[in-house]
Design a protein around this ligand. Sequence first.
Ligand SMILES: [Zn+2]
Length: 257
Amino acid sequence: MVRPRVYRAEGIILRRRNLGEADSIFTVFSGTEGKFEAIAKGVRKARSRMRGHLEPLTRSRVLVAHGRSLDVFTQAETVDSYRRLREDLEASAEAIYCLELVDRFTEEREPLHELYALLVTALSLLEEGGGAAVTRHFELRLLALLGYEPYTEGCVICEGHLEEEATLLSPGAGGLVCRQCHTEAGRGRMISVDVIKLLRFAKRATAPEFMAVRTSLEVAQEMRVAIAELLRYYLDRDPNARRFVEGVRSLDQRGLD
Ligand SMILES: [Zn+2]
């Protein structure tokens, strides 16, 4: 079969890097094509028709031509610029963090329709003021969709029943670990019953259902740290945007004094 010379895709622009005087290479995450890169020629010139339609954190429809080394954007049209999201520093920090997670966890040209739908939903909810709960749900569903969901229904090592008490969450073992199996589990973190319940609930809850759960600041913080450790284990690093999110949050808390 002859490969068509052009293809259409709808996706979220994850990042840009500039090339030469006027060109930029954009990384797009779409449901149909997965993650891909293409070059927008002359996009940094004032008269470029694509300018503004290819900014990071924009949902765009693009027409792309296969190139010899790099594919080339030939048309771009904004579907959603998330204008209100951009105006809210905390929400945009959460959104940029979600984009980085997608970027780090995906390979090029691997169609992931469900992950794309999840990202689009998360961005809309963040824009509506959903806050950090949207990100927690997004992190857990992303892990689940990529096959890294932590096992929480029993001990991940012996499959035994777990008491309702603080329990070890071991990223290396892939879930919760009973007291008898601690020595086999490797490193991990003790998490409270409240966090265990939230992890379990996130498996079947939609983002709005998950956001509706009221938790104390302590539990929310514990949940955030527990998931961060899972992500760090799989990525072998912390996402850069995490520091941005934390910086914005501490700025916000100082503002409340
Ligand atoms: Zn066990």
